[in-house]
Design a binder for this molecule. Structure first.
Ligand code: PLP
Ligand code: ZN
Length: 404
């Protein structure tokens, strides 16, 4: 039996999993589309029980999981590699740098982790329609996990979502509704849909298990480093749920007495999609009015988990950094050419932030243990890098046609 309660991150009220579904019934009343979510729920486990039962030599990750294994979908999600990248590390003045390659999830992004857990919850509740708004990856992840479990996915995407992601959703059999407008418009429409017509809503941060699913990336980092806490983890930030999830992993481990400190979280946003960065800097929230970044997965006007992301940065004594698209594409090509790991622009943003940090006065020390989270696969969006490359012309198939 899994034992946990939901706790409101605003007022602290606690609820059983049968009492609530999305937001705190009290604080959620203040939420209306166009502002960051209020009353986001957090899963609070029985940490004493975890401490007694967790054995690092035979880790049972289900102790940290809010849905019973019998409901888990059959798709193999997570357990992605953590690669030491020494050549890149040396260039950045870091002796111990790793890249966690979450582009190797089944649908090619970290979003599979959130979809996996929400689909598990839908199966527990006996709901067979799952609805989401997404810039692309959450939707392709939901479509893939639903396909494996035989459930129906209904997806609202902004009309400019990259083609590869749309192909993924459609091939998986999802119902795809492109929305004239932005991701934020799609988010609003999907909430209205589940409100009035039914289905389980998987919107990021709105369903509390999205954050719990993304948390597993942080748990894996800890285990893959030999049960050590890294000094810093660089995460690209759109809605701020991956950031919040990685933070929650270390909070859970600390509450269970398995670790005694948190890693510093370094949240990286695109310059034009910087609402969380400015919120951390000033303490006052305002939207990113024109998020024009080519890194579509982190292009967000009003980040749903802005409040939680800010807390994660402050409480981990971390920081936020913004990067230009030029810096993102340079980091993407640098990562690929030094490590062979090809990540989409949003994934490369995390590295771009680290590059910027290491060039400035607050560079991390040479012996710091640093992890960069590469959140999505590069093949999901090749138009950006293609615009910066020249594909060589074909030659006659004779040796003499080649330059010596
Ligand atoms: C969704 C996503 C992000 C950002 O995650 P948030 O939880 O929205 O902050 C970063 N990279 C990729 C590839 C993504 O799909
Ligand atoms: Zn509340």
């Amino acid at each position: 039996m899994i034992s946990f309660t939901y706790r409101c991150t605003d007022c602290g009220r606690q609820y059983s999993r049968e009492q609530v579904r999305y937001l705190c019934p009290e604080c959620g009343k203040a939420y209306h589309p166009g502002i960051p979510l209020t009353g986001v729920l957090e899963v609070v486990f029985d940490y004493a029980a975890i401490r007694g039962a967790f054995d690092p030599s035979r880790p049972d990750w289900n102790l940290f999981c809010a849905v019973e294994p019998e409901f888990h979908p059959p798709l193999a999600v997570g357990r992605t590699p953590l690669a030491p990248v020494d050549r890149l590390g040396a260039e950045l003045g870091l002796d111990r740098l790793w890249v966690k390659n979450d582009g190797l999830n089944p649908s090619g992004s970290l979003k599979d982790r959130a979809s996996f857990l929400v689909v598990a919850e839908a199966r527990r509740l006996g709901i067979d329609l799952i609805v989401a708004a997404s810039t692309g990856n959450a939707a392709s992840a939901l479509a893939a996990v639903c396909a494996s479990a035989g459930l129906q996915a209904l997806i609202f995407v902004p009309q400019n979502a990259p083609k590869a992601k749309l192909v993924q959703m459609l091939l998986c059999g999802a119902t795809v509704i492109p929305v004239k407008g932005t991701y934020d418009d799609a988010f609003r429409l999907s909430l209205e849909y589940t409100d009035k017509r039914g289905g389980l809503n998987r919107n990021t941060a709105y369903h509390p298990l999205t954050l719990e699913g993304k948390k597993t990336a942080g748990l894996e980092i800890w285990a893959q480093l030999g049960y050590q806490v890294p000094d810093a983890i660089c995460v690209s930030v759109g809605d701020g749920v991956i950031l919040g999830g990685v933070y929650k992993a270390f909070v859970d481990l600390k509450r269970a007495g398995l670790i005694d400190r948190l890693p510093q979280l370094i949240g990286v946003q695109a310059e034009t999609s910087d609402a969380i960065h400015r919120y951390v800097q000033t303490g006052v929230y305002s939207d990113a009015v024109h998020p024009t970044t080519r890194a579509d997965s982190i292009s967000v006007t009003c980040p749903s988990n802005a409040h939680g992301a800010r807390r994660a940065i402050l409480e981990s004594e971390g920081r936020t950094i913004t990067v230009s698209d030029e810096e993102i594409f340079t980091a993407q090509s640098r990562l690929t050419s030094r490590t062979g790991i090809f990540t989409e622009p949003a994934g490369a943003a995390a590295l771009a932030g680290l590059v910027k940090l290491q060039a400035g006065p607050d560079a991390l020390p040479q012996d710091a243990k640093v992890v960069v989270l590469a959140t999505g696969h590069g093949l999901k969006d090749i138009d950006g890098p293609l615009g910066r490359l020249r594909i060589p012309e074909a030659v006659e198939p004779r040796l003499e046609a080649l330059r010596p």
